[in-house]
Design a protein around this ligand. Structure first.
Ligand code: GTP
Ligand code: MG
Length: 207
């Protein structure tokens, strides 16, 4: 998949405000600071498209970017960044939750997980919620430039084991680095296959 154009389209603070369109979209979610905005920039080869920050909580709205004038990438606010003591369950603004569960043209939700850390309750309970609500999702293990290949393989195996305690199959997953662009081709090819209808999303990505 070649990205010819990537343009900011709209920021929204409710599902109703999101662009009225029948075009497919692919959204990115995960804990604050996991690298959602950086991944969108990496995929589009545009460091300035989505705003990134070293401080968690940077993205606060639903941001639509139109790609090749034909489909959208959607940057979402992260979860898990709250100044409350109860961080064991994912929480974020209700409009993001509504967007994810009700946006009819969202073909796939990429759930980003920091490849360096052990499975966290907050991410697992988020994915259970997605499964229960029939939201099609896949996983991206981010920041792989920060660990060795061996550690990455080990962490992914640990993750698989944990997921298989909850889900019948491991969701489709990718690894990525915004620094060395690993994962770019795989994720864009996956989107291209979904765009062309090659992957039957009922079989592959609904759990
Ligand atoms: P929120 O909008 O706050 O939810 O965060 P986000 O998930 O959009 O994260 P963002 O892309 O803003 O990145 C957070 C920090 O992680 C920034 O300092 C990025 O430079 C860094 N970062 C993101 N991806 C990578 C990566 O693949 N490798 C490395 N080394 N750093 C990364
Ligand atoms: Mg962000």
């Amino acid at each position: 998949m070649i990205i010819k154009t990537a343009k900011f389209s709209k920021s929204s603070s409710s599902l109703e405000q999101c662009p009225e369109t029948k075009l497919n979209e692919y959204a990115f979610i995960g804990r604050s600071n996991v690298g959602k905005s950086s991944l969108i920039n990496m995929l589009t080869n545009n460091k300035k498209l989505a705003k990134i920050s070293g401080k968690p909580g940077k993205t606060q709205l639903i941001n639509h970017f139109i790609i090749n004038e034909s489909w959208y990438l959607v940057d979402l606010p992260g979860y898990g960044y709250a100044k409350t003591s109860k961080l064991d369950r994912y929480k974020w603004n209700s409009f993001t939750d509504k967007y994810i569960k009700e946006r009819e043209n969202m073909v796939n939700l990429f759930v980003l997980i920091d490849s360096r850390i052990k499975p966290q309750e907050i991410d697992l309970s988020f994915m259970v919620d997605m499964g229960e609500n029939n939201v099609p999702f896949s996983i991206v293990f981010t920041k792989t430039d920060k660990i060795t290949k061996g550690a990455l393989a080990k962490n992914i195996q640990i993750y698989k084991n944990e997921m298989l305690k909850i889900f019948e199959v491991m969701p489709i997953y990718f690894t990525s680095s915004a620094i060395n662009k690993s994962g770019q081709d795989e994720i864009l090819d996956y989107i291209a296959e979904l765009e062309m209808g090659i992957i039957d999303d009922d079989k592959c990505i609904r759990y």
